[in-house]
Design a protein around this ligand. Structure first.
Ligand SMILES: Nc1ncnc2c1ncn2[C@@H]1O[C@H](COP(=O)(O)OP(=O)(O)OP(=O)(O)O)[C@@H](O)[C@H]1O
Ligand SMILES: Cc1ncc(C[n+]2csc(CCO)c2C)c(N)n1
Length: 283
């Protein structure tokens, strides 16, 4: 039978000069979309191996895109370094530090988020642009058809026919920022889990950050001020307005993602999470 652990051991031993399989130890990490592995060398965490699975396609997760993104951005010091991509695995460096968790949405997290986001948004685009309407269409295919109503289909059509906000500034974006994807390191905040990353409007990234974490207006204003102070964008008013323009699209994306995840996993939590959005839309 296929043994992920020994496959990874020999993969690393072949790729890292001077490294022997017996110096490695592997720990499975159960994520949302499959089992990743932490790989330790001499009992020190060194790498993370993520599987490449067909079920990730429907979510818009492509490891080759994630890998190439990490190659382009890792010099900025806010992400893991890419190490290896095979037809079955993507391997990147392990980030040593503390997962920020609940502190993400509090004062102590905001400066780090603003500074690291500004560093990311100053990089040139990577060449993988987010196609939001295509993602809406893809996600609709992946959900339980019995949950679709005529009102929902009409809403979906309205989103597909609408004109998207014009970009303020296109930049590499993480797009899945929350406390479990933020690691506090000695002198900066690093982001992990770049699987949804693509080039996007900086205001779209900020709208995802605000809506995905259910931030209130006070937190939004606080983060925006720090983002502007750190040199993220000069016209605060324009940025605020553009974030508000993106929010309905972000809400709809979140609904579709919860529904897709419900269909894939039948985990009740996804139904609980999407219910307020469904009620808001009256669908
Ligand atoms: N590069 C990294 N450095 C340090 N810790 C990491 C790194 N990548 C992941 N982790 C930790 O390992 C855990 C598992 O990671 P993994 O990305 O496989 O799962 P996940 O984020 O829960 O779900 P998903 O399957 O959607 O990616 C993360 O929650 C995080 O705590
Ligand atoms: C462009 C883009 N597409 C899909 C997702 C996935 N996603 C949508 S909502 C959500 C959780 C709640 O915010 C997650 C993980 C993303 N982040 N960005």
């Amino acid at each position: 039978m296929f043994n992920a652990s020994s496959e990874l051991e020999s993969l690393i031993a072949r790729s890292v000069p001077g490294c022997l399989p017996e110096q490695l130890s592997l720990t499975p990490l159960t994520g949302l979309t499959g089992t990743s592995w932490r790989i330790d060398l001499h009992h020190q965490p060194r790498w993370l191996a993520k599987p490449r699975l067909a079920s990730q396609d429907i979510l818009g997760i492509y490891r080759h895109q994630e890998y190439r993104t990490l190659r382009r951005i890792s010099g900025a010091g806010i992400s893991p370094q890419p190490v290896l991509l095979t037809d079955r695995w993507m391997i990147s460096s392990w980030i040593e530090g503390q997962i920020l968790g609940d502190r993400f949405s509090h004062d102590c997290g905001l400066d780090g988020i603003a500074n690291s986001l500004v560093r990311l948004h100053r990089l040139p685009p990577n060449g993988f642009s987010l196609n939001l309407k295509q993602r809406f269409e893809r996600y609709l295919h992946g959900i339980d058809k019995r949950r679709l109503s005529p009102r929902w289909l009409a809403l979906h059509q309205r989103y597909l026919n609408s004109s998207l906000p014009r970009h303020l500034k296109l930049a590499p974006a993480h797009l899945d920022l929350h406390g479990d994807n933020a690691v506090l390191c000695s002198n900066s905040l690093m982001f992990i889990d770049w699987e949804y990353s693509s080039d996007a409007d900086i205001a779209f990234e900020l709208a995802m950050l605000f809506c995905g974490n259910r931030w209130n207006k006070g937190l939004e204003t606080d983060l925006l001020q720090r983002y502007i102070n750190a040199g993220g964008y000069s016209d605060g008013e324009k940025l605020r307005h553009q974030i508000d323009n993106w929010k309905p699209y972000v809400e709809y994306l979140i609904l579709l993602w919860f529904e897709t995840r419900w269909q894939q996993t039948k985990n009740q939590q996804y139904l609980i999470d999407c219910q307020p959005i469904r009620i808001g839309y009256g669908i």
